[in-house]
Write a protein that binds this ligand. Structure first.
Ligand code: PRP
Ligand code: URA
Length: 207
């Protein structure tokens, strides 16, 4: 398992805008979409290439093309939805699955309510959720994907706690994690500090 921290200045700048309590919903969404696109760059970095003979207006050449890496973007609802459009701009042929789960407010345990993924289990799954707090939601979502037959899974989050990263790497050592930041820790309600607050509420303006 490897943890990739994508601390490109553009990503960190946009993440700071998202963290700011004064940032309005529209700007928050826009930054999340843009960061997802920038992170998508790194998550696809090792995609294999094949070569195809083409003609430019001047001569023929062996041109590199992405060699059949089929992708499913799988957002954890709700907040993961904010990462889908940015990734789709980079990988327009990707399929999109949906994993519905929320954290019970009292126990902080994940509760499943929806699951719909494409039938082809050979695809690479990019599991998307901006927040990796205790890691409970991500661990359960990955277990569900594996039970369904998916073997190639990467996790993409913006902000994580050290505990969340540890939980995923202990439970799923085969899953690489891509993050913009590992923050200080969790508060008594298992919110990430300093974090960015409740990602779902900030994306959808529900509080
Ligand atoms: C948030 C977040 C993750 C989860 C992270 O979702 O988007 O899915 O909490 O916490 P964990 O690592 O401790 O499991 P939330 O339960 O708030 O649902 P929502 O996006 O529908 O508001
Ligand atoms: N879910 C969020 O949206 N934010 C946190 O800090 C933790 C869980």
């Amino acid at each position: 398992m490897s943890v990739h921290i994508i601390d490109h200045p553009l990503v960190l700048h946009k993440l700071s805008i998202m963290r700011n309590i004064d940032t309005p919903t529209s700007k928050f969404r826009q930054c999340l979409r843009e960061i997802s696109m920038l992170m998508g760059y790194e998550i696809t970095r090792d995609f294999p290439l094949s070569y195809e003979r083409i003609a430019t207006p001047l001569q023929e050449m062996e041109a590199p093309k992405i060699a059949g890496k089929k992708v499913v973007i799988a957002p954890i609802l709700r907040a993961g939805l904010g990462m889908v459009d940015g990734l789709l701009e980079l990988i327009p042929s990707a399929r999109v699955g949906h994993i519905g789960m929320y954290r019970d407010e009292k126990t902080c345990q994940p509760v499943f309510y929806y699951y719909k993924m494409p039938e082809n289990k050979d695809r690479l799954v990019i599991l998307a959720d901006p927040m990796l707090a205790t890691g409970g939601s991500a661990c359960d979502a990955i277990s569900r994907l594996k039970k369904d037959g998916f073997k190639h899974i990467r996790m993409m989050a913006l902000v994580a706690s050290p505990k969340g990263v540890q939980a995923v790497s202990d439970a799923h050592p085969d899953v690489d994690i891509y993050l913009a930041s590992i923050d200080e820790g969790l508060n008594e309600h298992n919110y990430i500090l300093p974090g960015l607050g409740d990602a779902g509420d900030r994306i959808f303006g529900t509080k």
